[in-house]
Design a protein around this ligand. Sequence first.
Ligand SMILES: [Zn+2]
Length: 251
Amino acid sequence: MTDSTSSIFKTVDPERRSSTSKEVVTQLREMIHRRELRPGDRLPPERDLAKLLGVSRPTLRAAIRSLAAVGVLQSKQGAGTFVVESDGPPALDSAPLRMMASLHGFTTSEMFEARRSLEMAIAALAAERATSEQMASMAEEIAGMFASLDDPEQFLVHDMRFHQMIAASSGNRIMTALMNMVATVLFDVRRKTVNRARDLKESAEMHRQIYRAIRDRNSDEARNAMRDHLMLAQRAQESEEKETNRGEEAA
Ligand SMILES: [Zn+2]
């Protein structure tokens, strides 16, 4: 799409103005389905697009925000709003899940159970499909973990990257997107408590077992190692949370 084809944007039906921002979302989605808008395309500037669609700028902004939240559009500072490229890992924003979690009071243990189910399946697939480059990147993150045993925040960065690399190696982008959404919510909690972490060495050791199973192309072992790791991670997080709460009460 170029600026000269801005005629593809039709004015939103005035009779349906009541929910215009939803209408804009539908219209943009349909344009993507019809491939009138393609991955990587830049949308016209906000002012122009609002005029083309016949909606106000706040309405347009709301529509863009909700399409960004589900990983369809991406706003880049100073560069504009783009249709997300399909070759990168697809991302589901974790905000809707976080919203659901607080509305319905999801427990940490439910979140962990969901993450565990997804990641066990992902690890098994990674054992079948990981390329040697992907395995090399996993090994690098493991080395990074062992190098940052005294620096929990840095450790957590390598930890996250390791899991993302396994997800990328699974070759299933749907499971990867779901896993990232759940993991992001859990990592946000973890970031607040990680400074109380004690057993980073044991944790690094467990990551190494997952890596070895994947390297040995042993799907069952990869699945089991991932389960053990996430069970321990859950227990660690629960006790870190307890201590953090206690610390706050004392303070
Ligand atoms: Zn981990």
